[in-house]
Design a protein around this ligand. Structure first.
Ligand code: HEC
Length: 171
């Protein structure tokens, strides 16, 4: 080999060696920086990804899943219905005070207030109809009366007693 080839190889290997040192330095530096950061556990990451993959607003359960959703809703309804509302009392004033008054005291949402004038036309429908509407819910011109005042655990008898109490206590 000629002299300048040796000279070149010398310089070239020095450059390579320098680059190797820089590379190792960068690797070690990156490892050192990284060791400071807590990395979220795998589970948390996977959970987050799964959550972000859900359709907006609801879980699409597909055609077969619809049956599962319906079953879950039915189970929830049955569980709610199995609860005993207000200790099972059939004292209309208690149920009214706890639930119905929220709308019927103030007239919220178009609910008829506890005044004769507001009820005269309704009483004309007959008590049975009013009770039926209170149990099943009723969409009238004034607004929406929710089924059982919105508490599915009320029994028919409790709702009927409350309607009777209301009719007997109009101002
Ligand atoms: C979220 C508000 C709300 C609650 C709570 C509520 N009501 Fe009503 N209720 C209404 C509205 C609004 C109407 C009027 C509907 C219409 O005629 O447009 C109504 C109407 C009625 C009527 C007359 C139905 C008819 O056929 O004219 C009865 C009876 C009645 N409610 C009983 C009850 C009883 C009993 C409760 C408690 C168990 C109750 N309501 C709780 C909003 C409510």
């Amino acid at each position: 080999m000629r002299n300048y080839d040796i000279e070149f190889l010398k310089h070239f290997s020095m450059v390579i060696a320098f680059l190797v040192v820089v590379t190792l330095g960068l690797i070690l530096g990156a490892m050192w920086l990284h060791s400071d950061r807590a990395v979220a556990a795998e589970d948390a990451i996977e959970g987050g990804v799964e959550a972000r993959l859900q359709p907006y607003g609801a879980v699409y359960a597909g055609e077969t899943g619809a049956a599962a959703l319906a079953a879950a809703a039915e189970a929830a309804r049955a569980a709610a219905a199995a609860q005993v509302a207000y200790g099972g009392t059939e004292d209309g004033s208690v149920i009214y005070g706890n639930l119905c008054g929220a709308c019927h005291d103030s007239g919220a949402g178009g609910a008829p207030k506890m005044e004769q004038a507001a009820w005269a036309a309704r009483i004309g429908k007959g008590e049975e109809t009013l009770i039926k509407h209170a149990i099943e819910g009723f969409q009238g011109e004034a607004g929406l009366m929710p089924a059982r005042g919105g508490n599915p655990s009320l029994t028919d008898a409790q709702v009927a007693a409350t309607v009777k109490w209301m009719l007997g206590n109009l101002q």
